[in-house]
Design a protein around this ligand. Structure first.
Ligand code: NAD
Length: 378
């Protein structure tokens, strides 16, 4: 348990998402960003000044040797995550690792091994799980607002690229390299959020997955995935439960957004009613963020915090609280392993044009399951 009121955070990777990831630590009474690290020394120095940190590094080893750093926030391309998390743990630092945690279960298992040997905390940061409308929806489902939950449907819409945030080319390049990303920029990188949402609203294991993913080769090793349609079956037959996630790009459609030009909508269907979360990253629809239908009546929630950035602030604060209070983080490595297996099953299904059982993915890399917590931590 961290007892200091001044938990020192080191930010590793100072690119696009660091703009939001810093929000949980800036002005936090118990934590502060003490150091930055990026291969691009000018960027690391700019972030140091912006966040009033003390040091800027270009080598992770140097940041890890800095005794002011208690915990690292890893915000780098996915092919670096496993090695960086392992050496951070070996250096005695706590780790917050951006989703998707790794490209494979074997890489994730290496991190779990290092975590066990170190007694430090590792959490995987998936911000949709901290988005207030999603959290309220999950609470309502748990309270029985829609009866027995039966299905989850997620819909991702991408719009006209000229709107929203400007995303530098170098931030895109590693994502469309399937080897570096671990899968598709849409169906693996963004997909990790949506697969997690398939697991988030009620604690049922995913059993089988089927996916159509349209891949377009853009160049040597460069691929873009989409449109796509993924469906899955939850374990058990009474009741039978299914879920689905669809992603569409409408290059001429304006998506109002202060961030990426995409939005995600979720429908959770139950035995007594239906619940909709109508927005997330953007503001595609002018609808209340959360609506519940039951007994012929709709109830709309207008008073929730809906800015997508709030999920990053709340998620950062949650990591600090875990370290200060000594409690479990919201996505442990065991939970993340289930989400990653789900994402990998979808990729394999699309590649091989067949349904894939989650057990097939897990059995191919059996290293971690016995040492991990179950998804019951919902
Ligand atoms: N939660 C979300 O919604 C969300 C959104 C975007 C990105 N992400 C995740 O955040 C991570 C970073 O994404 P991004 O969009 O900010 O990428 P980015 O490319 O904009 O930034 C990555 C940064 O890492 C730096 N870097 C590369 N190698 C390094 C090394 N060896 N040591 C230190 N720094 C190094 C790069 O110079 C770059 O500045 C990824 O895991 C991504 O999936 C999450």
């Amino acid at each position: 348990m961290q007892t200091s009121r001044n938990l020192g955070i080191g930010i590793v990777g100072c690119g696009r998402i660091a703009d939001l990831q810093c929000l949980g630590y800036l002005d936090h009474p118990a934590a502060r960003i003490v150091a930055t690290c990026d291969l691009d020394g000018d960027l690391a120095a700019r972030r140091r000044d912006q966040w009033k940190a003390e040091r800027a590094y270009t080598r992770l080893d140097d940041l890890l040797a800095d005794a002011r750093v208690d915990a690292v926030e890893i915000l780098t391309p996915h092919d670096l995550h496993a090695d960086q998390a392992v050496i951070a743990l070996e250096a005695g630092k706590h780790v917050s690792l951006q989703k998707p945690p790794t490209r494979s279960l074997a890489e994730l298992d290496r991190i779990a091994e290092a975590a066990r040997a170190s007694d430090r905390v590792v959490r995987v940061f998936e911000n949709f799980a901290h988005y207030p409308p999603h959290r309220k929806a999950r609470q309502l489902v748990a309270e029985g607002a829609i009866g027995t939950p039966l299905s989850v449907r997620v819909k991702t819409a991408l719009g006209r690229p000229s709107d929203g945030w400007s995303v530098p080319m170098q931030s895109q390049a590693w994502r469309i390299d399937r080897g570096r990303c671990g899968g598709g920029a849409l169906t693996f990188d963004h997909g990790y959020h949506c697969f997690h949402m398939g697991q988030f609203f009620f604690p049922c294991e995913i059993e089988r997955v089927h996916a159509f993913i349209h891949w377009t080769q853009l160049g040597d090793g460069a691929w873009l995935d989409g449109p796509s349609l993924v469906s899955w079956k939850y374990a058990g037959d009474t009741p039978a439960r299914y879920g689905s996630w669809e992603t569409m790009t409408s290059v001429g459609m304006r998506v109002r957004s202060d961030y990426y030009v995409s939005d995600d909508r979720i429908e959770v269907h139950g035995s007594e009613g239906i619940l909709w979360v109508n927005r997330c990253t953007g503001r595609l629809l002018d609808e209340p963020a959360l609506v519940v239908y039951r007994d012929g009546e709709t109830r709309a929630f207008h008073d929730l915090e809906t800015d997508w950035a709030s999920s990053f602030r709340i998620g950062g604060e949650d990591f600090v609280a875990c370290l200060v209070e000594g409690r479990q983080p919201s996505q442990t490595l065991g939970e993340a392993r289930k989400t990653l297996a789900f994402a990998l099953a979808a990729g394999l299904s699309a590649d091989q044009s067949r349904e894939v059982a989650i057990a097939e993915i897990e059995n191919a890399a059996p290293g971690l399951s016995s040492t991990c917590e179950s998804a019951a931590g919902h």
